[in-house]
Design a binder for this molecule. Structure first.
Ligand SMILES: [Zn+2]
Ligand SMILES: [Zn+2]
Length: 301
């Protein structure tokens, strides 16, 4: 099953050096989840041949503009392009008011319903579930209420061994995949473990947008396979990071190490860095399996 994320933007605050503000597109089993929606997200989707119309769920971490200024444009375009299926949006409660006022004064009545789910940034809770995954909030420590998100895949059914099941009537597949042995009319038993293999282990992706390094959220993201963590500054600007409630590249790597992540993606780079190699090296000095969240890159989770 596909479980991958494409980076659409990883700049903090302003678009600069061809870098766009925060946005990522998660593909889980061919369903699309947009995580944050900074200015320019629509163009980024087009640039990387990703269809905005396929997005059914949007998660907004907080109300600093670099995380949602692209949303009204994206929602308007979907309306103009004839969307009728609902869009589920999860975000801080005032986001709905902001959207409604823009639609009101542009006299826009969307052709499709927005199903809005307000998020409280006080305790980590599950906010979404379908047959593929669950989404839980991560309570971050920023200047305004901010949550990250954990996308946790569900356990899948066992996988059929094709060469062996060719001769088995399809009617028995469901039971075999569930691990249930099947008795044939002639009394023969088909043992599930002979015809199937263990499903892939469910994986998990944690998205930590803007935050101060704060061990209170470490438990929530413990043992995630891939951790995206903001790394706005180099560690020589630790004081600036603390003042603005952000993290340094070194600290992001420490979070990955302490919480037992298998892979770290760093992003939300300050506009003071024209190139990103130094941030990468700083993080990698603490956590080997680090990658830069470069726009256009897709990471298997
Ligand atoms: Zn930000
Ligand atoms: Zn912010």
């Amino acid at each position: 099953m596909k479980f991958e994320v494409t980076i659409l933007g990883s700049s903090s605050a302003t678009p600069v050096f061809n870098r766009n503000p925060s946005a990522q597109l998660l593909n889980c089993n061919e369903k699309y989840y947009l995580i944050d929606c900074g200015e320019g997200t629509q163009q980024q989707l087009t640039k990387y041949n990703l269809k905005a119309s396929r997005i059914d769920y949007i998660f907004i971490s907080h109300l600093h503009g670099d995380h949602y200024f692209g949303l009204i444009g994206l929602l308007s375009s979907l309306h103009l392009n004839g969307r009728i299926k609902p869009m589920q949006i999860f975000g801080p409660k005032h986001l709905l008011e902001i959207l409604e006022i823009q639609f009101k004064y542009s006299d826009t009545v969307l052709r499709y319903p927005i199903e809005f789910f307000p998020i409280e940034a006080d305790k980590s809770v599950q906010i979404f579930e379908n047959s593929d995954l669950t989404v839980k909030t991560i309570i971050l420590n920023h200047r305004i209420p901010t949550t990250g998100f954990i996308f946790q895949q569900k356990k899948r059914q066992r996988k059929l061994i094709k060469e062996k099941t060719d001769q088995v009537p399809m009617a028995y597949y469901t039971s075999l995949k569930k691990g249930i042995d099947v008795e044939l009319p002639n009394g023969d038993i088909l043992r599930s473990e002979d015809y199937t293999t263990e499903a892939d282990a469910p994986r998990c992706y944690a998205y930590c947008s803007d935050t101060l390094f704060d061990e209170r959220y470490f438990d929530t993201i413990k043992d995630c396979d891939t951790l995206y963590h903001e790394a706005t500054f180099m560690h020589d600007l630790l004081e600036r990071a603390k003042e603005t409630h952000h993290t340094t590249a070194l600290q992001a790597a420490e979070v990955a190490k302490i919480t037992g992540a298998k892979k770290l993606l760093i992003g939300h780079f300050s506009s003071r860095y024209k190139t990103l190699q130094m941030l990468f090296e700083e993080a990698q000095s603490v956590f080997e399996n680090t990658e830069l969240a470069i726009e256009g890159r897709t990471f298997q989770l």
